[in-house]
Write a protein that binds this ligand. Structure first.
Ligand code: ATP
Ligand code: MG
Length: 336
């Protein structure tokens, strides 16, 4: 039994989390669940951080966290709850697999199967900004050697473990010779320890362009925080739907798993959200804690559902899909 923390979040969060928890239960995942509340409800009840102190205790104690999307209130106070969680839990690596499911889901990129590993704590996200004069504002870009080493080593170890073949490093070290230069240098150093893994490096702008045009040329990508943020969304979008992807935020002690999409308030409460992203996150969680058999069973049932053309509205397309289903119908089909 592994004790984990679960947050149902906002918008479609509760619907897709209920679906995911049902699947985990039926599949026999050995999990004990502590549910906490985060997000809009907590915020509206007067806690402007969006999370109660005792919920932090639960997160820290359990170390493994399955989180549904959280809404950021307009002009609200906890804009960075996601960033705060990553920092507080020391989640230095964001891992986001992006693959297409040709010929079952419509895509322009039928052979896409890549993983983006994004540095999650440093770079411009350190949140250090100053006003220097009336007209000049500065934002500090922090890059440390230990930070680079941790994320780059993680990327190579991940590549080895997953039996993948190549790691591509993306930086802008032609312009930011010191910060991005350090990241690239550490990449070249650590690459020497993994002679069996192929490596290459692209400047982020042309790298992003190549990713959008020919994602099949990429395997594992490792990059700095901001670039990773941007290319993660490009990759998820061209793979099919934002409703399909899961991601892991990995730290030395803790790990948090979530869908890549937001809370989709426009379709909340309508039983039409695609639970796939959160299901994928749950599969990553199970793999992370060593329950690989259950993870594989869920992944196979999910693939079979997708392959049989049982699709929620966001991915429904005639010619590819057979039946448009609700969140609960999708879940029932997967379980059966
Ligand atoms: P955030 O700021 O929280 O990241 P966002 O502005 O990126 O939010 P999302 O909440 O991800 O937006 O939604 C973007 C669009 O994609 C919306 O139209 C939403 O309905 C749709 N969408 C997102 N996730 C899903 C899903 N799981 N199933 C179906 N549609 C989804
Ligand atoms: Mg978003």
């Amino acid at each position: 039994m592994t004790r984990i923390t679960v947050a149902k979040g906002d918008g479609i969060g509760p619907e897709i989390m209920d679906a995911t928890l049902r699947i985990l239960k039926v599949a026999g995942a050995q999990l004990e669940i502590d549910e906490i509340e985060v997000g809009e409800k907590v915020y509206l009840a007067g806690n402007t951080s969006g999370i109660a102190a005792e919920s932090w205790d639960t997160i820290r104690r359990n170390k493994i966290f399955l989180k549904a999307p959280i809404t950021t209130p307009q002009g609200g106070g906890y804009k960075s709850l996601n960033v705060t969680m990553r920092k507080a839990m020391g989640l230095y690596a964001n891992v986001r697999p992006c693959m297409s499911f040709h010929p079952f889901i419509a895509t322009k990129h039928p052979v896409m199967d890549l993983v983006i590993i994004r540095e999650n704590e440093e770079d411009l996200y350190a949140g250090i900004e100053h006003q220097q004069t009336d007209e000049v504002i500065q934002c500090l870009k922090l890059i440390s050697r230990p930070g680079c080493e941790k994320i780059i080593r993680y990327a190579f170890e991940y590549t080895k473990q997953q039996g993948r073949k190549k790691v591509t490093c993306l930086t802008k070290d032609n312009i930011m010779k010191q910060t991005d230069g350090l990241f690239h240098k550490v990449f070249d150093e650590i690459a020497l320890e993994y002679p069996e893994i192929r490596t290459d490096h692209w400047i982020i702008d042309i790298g992003a362009a190549k990713l959008a045009q020919s994602p099949e040329d990429f395997d594992v990508i490792v990059t700095l925080n901001l670039y990773g943020d941007i290319i993660s969304d490009i990759a998820a979008e061209i793979a099919g739907s934002v409703g399909l992807g899961g991601s892991a935020n990995i730290g030395e002690e803790c790990a948090m798993f979530e869908a890549i999409h937001g809370s989709a308030p426009d379709i909340a409460g309508k039983n039409m959200g695609n639970p796939s992203g959160l299901i994928q996150a749950a599969v990553m969680l199970l793999t992370h804690i060593g329950q690989t058999g259950v993870a594989q069973n869920i992944q196979n049932a999910w693939l079979k559902t997708i392959e049989e053309g049982i699709h929620t509205k966001d991915i429904f397309k005639s010619g590819f899909s057979k039946k448009e289903v609700s969140t609960s119908e999708f879940t029932a089909h997967l379980i059966s």
